[in-house]
Design a protein around this ligand. Structure first.
Ligand SMILES: Nc1nc(N)c2ncn([C@H]3C[C@H](O)[C@@H](COP(=O)(O)OP(=O)(O)OP(=O)(O)O)O3)c2n1
Ligand SMILES: Nc1ncnc2c1ncn2[C@@H]1O[C@H](COP(=O)(O)OP(=O)(O)O)[C@@H](O)[C@H]1O
Ligand SMILES: [Mg+2]
Length: 160
């Protein structure tokens, strides 16, 4: 019996333009995650503002929305055991200056305003963000890869 979970991961515009989608996907696959959905899309300000709604009061919010809408992003759903926590560990600390070498931000990023990748910070955030990016209206062209079992976005799921 395996405790399965899904998390939302997004390669930010600087990660996409630097050609880091491949290396980031490789790290998730090497760790043992299964890719459940993927889409390259250029998001609008409304979606960026919704995605980072909890940071609206921060002084850098405008800059953050500019950053996220500056080019295409690669939105993904990754599935596995304790997916949210495992993904956050793989990604590393928010500020690349503090992110350990061996983490994605620790190895590929220099500055907090360009930290190349996003990962949900809780199962509730994952469900919300998956709904935002892969809900019927937000992302009509998203697709599921073969071989991955559908899973509820409500949190944990048990696979026998
Ligand atoms: N331009 C700018 N200036 C800042 N001072 C700043 N602080 C944070 N951020 C960006 C970088 C973060 O990735 C993002 C959201 O911050 P959060 O606290 O949610 O960090 P987290 O590691 O969860 O990052 P993601 O949500 O996975 O993207 O705001 C700043 N930008
Ligand atoms: N002090 C900061 N300066 C610049 N950008 C920031 C700062 N804090 C957060 N951010 C940006 O906002 C994003 C979301 O922040 P947060 O959710 O707190 O961190 P994380 O991305 O690790 O989940 C970060 O990834 C980063 O792009
Ligand atoms: Mg965050």
């Amino acid at each position: 019996m395996t405790r399965q979970e899904q998390t939302f991961v997004m390669v930010k515009p600087d990660g996409v333009s630097r050609g880091l989608i491949g290396p980031i996907i490789t790290r998730f696959e090497q760790k043992g995650f299964k890719l459940a959905a993927i889409e390259l899309l250029h998001i609008d300000r409304a979606l960026a503002e919704q995605h980072y709604g909890d940071l609206k009061a921060k002084p850098f919010f405008g800059e953050l929305v500019d950053y996220l809408t500056s080019g295409p992003v690669c939105a993904m759903i990754w599935q596995g055991e304790h997916a949210v926590e495992n993904a956050r560990a793989l990604i590393g600390k928010t500020n690349p200056v503090e992110a350990s070498p061996g983490t994605i931000r620790g190895d590929f990023a220099m500055d907090i305003a360009g930290n190349i990748v996003h990962g949900s910070d809780s199962p509730a955030s994952a469900a919300r963000e998956i709904g935002l990016f892969f809900g019927r209206h937000a992302a009509p062209h998203s697709f599921d890869l073969l071989g991955v079992n559908p899973i509820d976005h409500g949190g944990e799921h048990t696979v026998h």
